[in-house]
Ligand binder design. Structure first.
Ligand code: SF4
Length: 305
């Protein structure tokens, strides 16, 4: 199994390297030469900036298990949401340390040694060459645990196709369904179209969520951060998934929105959501027949207050 993954990694590595000469690794298509330190929208050169790594116990329970999710946070981002909850990592003016692939591989192996259930690559879309290079080293040295690709879903379809057989679990955001909202809040008018085609590719590669002893080892997990006044139009994403018979994905309608980063400049974003708003869409997803829906935290708040 890991041998097949290693062969696949070695097969696609030259392709990812080639992309950096005129970068089209994501739909921004900046066409900068990242090998010559030209920077595109993601402000990232040849190497990956790593903002931190840890055993993370705050992810969805099928990723956490007993040992935690072995999370590696890559700095900078190719999307750029004005309400980013991780803005100190994703939109920092000050660069984070650039690590060489052997250093990232060492982190992967260290997380595995500490008991991580998986390697969770957070915001990986713009640093796929260093990631795949690291995986080649780590797999050669005994990396066994599943690889989680934790993405905004603003990836290039070609990149995703190359990850077939390498990524075990896609943990994908679904943000704005309308192009005008995606343009206004993420500067990416094509986000809905790109995300939809990418979700179909991810689902074709790994299918619905699969567990062993309640821990996910393969499949598609989707996150939708419920926005104030449902600006992300979650019901339309649910409809899209239903039309494509994706009832067995793991679905997390997240209740944790709070105004971050530049959100206070937008009146409609400068608020939080209520339990009732979350419950409405959670109930809708249940009624529509989605099998694996995260329970969220709001029920606890209701019991307490
Ligand atoms: S990965 Fe970065 S440089 Fe490459 S196209 Fe996307 S934003 Fe531009």
């Amino acid at each position: 199994m890991q041998k097949a993954k290693l062969i696949k990694v070695q097969e696609v590595l030259p392709w990812f390297k080639e992309q950096l000469r005129s970068c089209t690794l994501c739909p921004r298509n900046c066409k900068v030469n990242r090998g010559k330190s030209q920077l595109g929208k993601c402000k990232t050169g040849l190497l990956a900036q790593v903002a931190g790594y840890d055993l993370h116990f705050g992810e969805e329970s099928p990723l956490v298990g007993k040992g935690g999710s072995g999370t590696i946070f890559f700095a900078q981002c190719n999307l750029g949401c004005v309400f980013c909850q991780n803005y100190t990592l994703s939109h920092s003016e000050k660069p984070f340390p650039e690590l060489y692939p052997n250093q990232i591989a060492h982190i992967m192996l260290e997380l595995q040694k500490q008991g991580a259930e998986n390697i969770n690559l957070v915001t990986p879309s713009h640093v796929l060459y260093p990631i795949v290079s690291s995986l080649e080293i780590a797999l050669n040295k005994g990396l066994q645990i599943p690889i989680v690709y934790n993405t905004s879903s603003y990836d290039s379809l070609d990149s995703l196709k190359k990850l077939k057989g390498i990524v075990d679990i896609y943990l994908a955001d679904i943000k704005f369904f309308s192009s005008s909202s995606a343009h206004k809040y993420c500067q990416a008018r094509d986000y809905p179209q790109r995300a939809k085609e990418n979700l179909l590719e991810m689902y074709a590669q790994v299918g619905g969520i699969k567990f062993k002893d309640n821990i996910a080892y393969q499949g598609l997990m989707l996150r939708h951060l419920l926005m104030p006044n449902n600006l992300g139009e979650v019901e339309k994403w649910l409809q899209f998934m239903a039309e494509n018979k994706m009832y067995d994905v793991y679905l997390n309608i997240m209740d944790q929105y709070r105004p971050c980063y530049l959100a206070s400049s937008y009146e409609e974003l400068n608020q939080t959501i209520t339990y009732q708003e979350w419950e409405k869409y959670y109930t809708l997803a249940k009624k529509m027949g989605f099998k694996y829906i995260d329970e969220g935290n709001q029920k606890i708040f209701k019991l307490l207050f």
